[in-house]
Design a protein around this ligand. Sequence first.
Ligand SMILES: *Cc1c(COP(=O)(O)O)cnc(C)c1O
Length: 388
Amino acid sequence: MTSRTGRHFLQIPGPTNVPDRVLRAMSAPTIDHRGPEFAELTLRLLAALKPVFDTEGPVVIYPASGTGAWEAALVNTLSPGDRVLCFETGHFATLWQRMARDLGLRVTLVPGDWRHGVDPHDVRRELDADPGGSVKAVCVVHNETSTGVTSPVPEIRRAMDAAGHPALLLVDVISSLGSIDYHHDAWGVDVTVAGSQKGLMLPPGLGFNALGPKALAASRTARLPKSFWHWEPVLDANRHGFFPYTPATNLLFGLDESLRMLAEEGLPQVFARHTRHATATRAAVRGWGLDVLCADERAHSSSLTGVLLPDGHDADRVRRIVLDRFDMSLGAGLGRLAGRVLRIGHLGHLGDLTLAGTLAGVQMGFQLAGVPVRPGGLDAALELLRAP
Ligand SMILES: *Cc1c(COP(=O)(O)O)cnc(C)c1O
């Protein structure tokens, strides 16, 4: 192991770089999770989370990764044999629908090419074909982290309403919350599923469900087995600032600090910063003469960019070189994109020079790996970063 100086660049699309302020907050001594100081913290957090999801409804916090929060959304709202409608936007959507099958749900999976988001016309067509209302939920990944493609949640909601269909809308915002504009209430989402380690700038270990009124109503009759994930005991205990089991106390200290940071910067500014960094990253990719994986100009992700490598070149080799030479981690191609794609994470705690350094490392990695790129990519990005 060679010795390293400076900070490791963690430019994968989650877990993301944890700010020093958050690390310091998490290093405080663990407190009694049944004491008054903890109750105050919980009540503060539950209030401060609402603007981040943009909801007036309750948010449930789990000591779990995002996958746990996926399961919570399904088991609290659905019953064995219920039909759910899913869309193959990429690796994460594929995993979520597999979980739904494992739980005893009947999944209709609309196939996709892993370069586009959910097409609202597909939503309309599938729901029109279900006049009896046997589809109980539509599951959408807002920002598909395996591809860097977003799906238009408001348009999907409008398609559901136009079909007059009563299915619930469950949305995964694990890699978009706190990075890409999102509105749980205004967009008519029933359950929003989130995690701590991406836009919220925390280590992995917290999962979230934001609950709309229709989801709460459905949870009173949903019959999928649940215990740990059951919303009701959590909501009951949360009223007084507590949890039915030991919460991840120090991650909650971190959350308190990261929510403060998001509020200080202001969510509109946070979203604008992510949009700007994503635009600069795409300028670099195109400047290198490479293709962005997302094939829909309206659907580019602000939190990561997927880069397609020319045929015959191995993305994992580039990633290995960048890690060995420059101490930077980049995202691998997942599932069917393994080896063909690398993913540049630009979400969370990031400044202009962090992005410039990231893109410099990627450019040098391509050159060292013998991938035929034009040298103008980095300059194209710098030009955008330097614009007022
Ligand atoms: C990271 C991620 C997940 C998985 O979350 P874990 O915390 O790894 O369980 C699910 N969906 C999306 C969109 C993600 O980005």
